[in-house]
Design a protein around this ligand. Structure first.
Ligand SMILES: Cc1cc2nc3c(=O)[nH]c(=O)nc-3n(C[C@H](O)[C@H](O)[C@H](O)COP(=O)(O)OP(=O)(O)OC[C@H]3O[C@@H](n4cnc5c(N)ncnc54)[C@H](O)[C@@H]3O)c2cc1C
Length: 379
């Protein structure tokens, strides 16, 4: 089924996409519309990640989607992977962040720096969502400067012992496995930084969710504490070495985050245009202009109007002369009415429009302002 959201495409970016890339985007877009948008507002307010989405995302192949199918991944190209991140973030930044961390910060380092055994053991389970991972690089005192990290890994005859703390770790309390970055040499030896796969049920490992964020509220962000955490020798990612290894992972993640930012912008634009299109009672009138809105009326102080929307559309004609703007689906609007209302015990209903409303004289005629609209313009 084609997704409801069509967006705008002033530069005909769609024309640059292959059929497969468009199909991937539309599949994720429809899924976001159906499964993310209806529930994410409540999760955002409650500061809780919607865990039932995890198996669905795995079923769509969204985890590590640009990694090879030999490890149970979708094997998509980087554009299709980016489009997935765009659509997820159009739904919610925390949902995109979940998939980014799982794919780019957990599966990617195993793929890039792990042994073949590690890849076979972990990647298919991570692609299927059976194992969720997190990426522990940032520390309480070392965020922008990860080279200063003080988490250490000491080699023993049968493994490694890890000690330290990591801060602001996405998926930290959800994860079954953590990629932990630690110094294996002296604290001033940045080249000794190595990555370890640490099962989160290992003795000495604990995670505590950091509550009260002002953004990315539906995302699990946690502090990790490692106190004499013992892991076997093969927990080390053998090909990791120096700070460039975790930074390489961040580069992977940032690629997806950049696509995600486009998705967030698309959502903001859609919301703003939809709001403006539904809340100006002067729509269609010559009096609805930026000047008249500036001059007075709270009714017209909303973020836009049909006039500005039309202007925006004509400004953004594509080189071929066609516009690709799709009008947002309109919401409740003021409507001309007879001004007669019928009262029930709790509401007043406009006899003409049959909505629960307030009928007011406007420009010499009666307009019916639906009460939902009234609440919105106040809020
Ligand atoms: C929601 C969320 C999720 C995260 N997920 C993860 C994750 O999964 N894994 C992980 O390892 N980390 C994660 N992080 C941590 C993130 O990478 C760090 O927040 C980031 O690196 C910045 O570190 P900091 O918060 O300690 O800020 P600081 O380093 O304290 O910086 C604070 C401010 O000072 C500025 N600043 C710092 N140093 C300098 C300087 N030398 N000169 C000028 N200005 C400077 C910075 O630009 C910034 O504006 C997450 C963070 C957030 C908020």
């Amino acid at each position: 089924m084609a997704p409801k959201f069509q967006g705008v495409d002033f530069y005909d970016v769609d024309g640059l996409l292959s059929e497969e890339e468009r199909a991937v985007r539309d599949t994720v877009r429809s899924w976001v519309e159906e499964h993310v948008l209806p529930i994410i507002g409540a999760h955002y307010l409650e500061g809780r990640f919607p865990k039932p989405l995890i198996p669905q995302m795995a079923g769509l192949g969204l985890f590590g989607a640009n990694l090879p199918d030999a490890y149970g991944c979708a094997g998509l190209n980087n554009v299709a992977y980016g489009l997935i991140m765009q659509e997820l973030e159009r739904g919610d930044s925390g949902v995109r962040s979940f998939a980014s961390v799982q794919g780019a910060l957990v599966m990617y380092p195993i793929y890039a720096f792990g042994s073949e055994e590690q890849k076979q053991r972990w990647l298919p389970k991570m692609a299927s969502g059976e194992v969720i991972g997190c990426f522990g690089l940032t520390e309480p005192d070392y965020g922008s400067n990860p080279a200063g990290m003080i988490t250490v890994a000491k080699e023993t005859k049968d493994g490694w012992v890890l000690n330290g703390a990591k801060m602001w770790i996405t998926n930290g309390s959800t994860a079954q496995a953590a990629i932990v970055w630690a110094k294996t040499g002296k604290l001033d030896d940045v080249s000794s930084i190595r990555g370890f796969i640490v099962p989160t049920d290992t003795k000495g490992f604990s995670a505590k969710e950091q509550k009260g964020k002002l953004s990315l509220r539906a995302s699990d962000t946690s502090e990790l504490v490692l106190q004499d955490v013992r892991v076997p020798l093969d927990a080390l990612l053998p090909k990791s070495g120096g700070l460039k290894s975790p930074l390489q992972c961040l580069t992977q993640a940032r690629y997806g985050i950049a696509w995600g930012a486009v998705g967030a912008a698309m959502a903001c634009y859609e919301e703003a245009v939809g709001y403006a299109g539904s809340s100006c009672s002067r729509r269609g009138s010559r009096r609805c202009s930026p000047r008249s809105r500036r001059r007075s009326s709270s009714v017209c102080s909303s973020a836009g109007s049909r006039t500005t929307a039309r202007r925006r559309r004509s400004r953004s004609r594509s080189p071929s002369g066609t516009t690709s703007t799709s009008r947002p689906t309109s919401r409740v609007r003021p409507a001309a009415c007879s001004g007669r209302t019928a009262s029930s015990p709790n509401t007043r209903r406009c006899v003409t429009s049959r909505t629960s409303s307030r009928c007011i004289p406007t420009r010499g005629r009666m307009m019916c302002i639906p009460s939902s609209w009234d609440r919105r313009s106040r809020g």
